[in-house]
Design a protein around this ligand. Sequence first.
Ligand code: ATP
Ligand code: LTN
Length: 328
Amino acid sequence: MAKSRILSGIQPTNILHIGNYVGALQQWVTLQQTHDAFFCIVDLHAITVKQDPKQLHDNIRQLAAMYIAAGIDPKQSTIFVQSRVSAHAELGWVLNTLAKVSDLERMTQFKDKSAQHHENINVGLFDYPVLMAADILLYQPEIVPVGDDQSQHVELTRTLAQRFNKQFGDVFHVPKLQLRKEGARIMALDDPTKKMSKSAGSNANYIALTDSADVIRKKIRRAVTDSGSQVVFDPKRAGLYNLLTLYRIFSGMTEAAIEKKFAGAKYGDFKADLAEVIITALSPLQERYAALIKDEKHIEAILDDGAKRAQAVAEVTLKKVYDAVGLG
Ligand code: ATP
Ligand code: LTN
């Protein structure tokens, strides 16, 4: 029987952080074993905020290397760059005619990004979720594994698929959102009321996947926590809870085992241990990344192959869409 499909993507902006790793990449690595997986580098989305062209070009290759370093197997899964498969922009246009301005006005990411980039609230930023819907629907995936912040966009994708199917006949499979149970929303180290974000103003917000051991120690030491003393899982103590969640995920230990281990310990002791757990967990990934990033040709070959594989699937859906609408 054919494996069911998954699709997800990350923007090639800045360097990835442990929130991206936990919320997205780790899920992908597990799911690729049981699914026909497509992982996109969404460069067309990246240009909805100002990018330096040279830097963007380098970021694309770095993100591809990071996908592989994190454990995505390019033989098993398709890794590709969005702008190299023109069907994304083409389907995006068709879906634009089904998306309501009022749908897009409700998107919290648009509201946040507009506040962050008030000097450049361009139409692409507003239209971002429609292109994301095109990314997804072209591949007819069963599930879309992402972090919690993308839930609203996946919901809009489902709405657009259903709207299209109702008007033009059954073309799209309506995909489901897939969040991990714990770690779907890792919070910022310097402000545990906000999600960890790679476009944050300060790098104290996140731990980048390429941070050195010393930087990781320093950032965890300075992470915002309350003035309590007991190291216990209490969602009301947001800063500590976030750090404990990271400990759980990176150590693989249970809540009970962690609380037992740190019974009577101070926050400082716990933080020092957490930093070592993260450093150990990231170190194989960092080694693989350092080797991969030097081999530009190898990455290019993977992306060329990925674009061909993605194109083959995407063009079948686009043709069905054009036929259904009466285009082409
Ligand atoms: P930006 O700050 O530039 O918007 P970002 O840090 O939110 O970037 P994205 O490229 O938007 O990163 O996200 C890539 C993937 O990582 C998405 O699946 C997203 O849901 C997930 N993700 C992002 N931040 C977190 C987080 N703090 N916790 C869990 N998952 C996250
Ligand atoms: N909006 C997503 C990135 C993204 C995406 C996708 C994720 C663009 N297209 C398709 C899943 C499926 C974000 O993380 N900011």
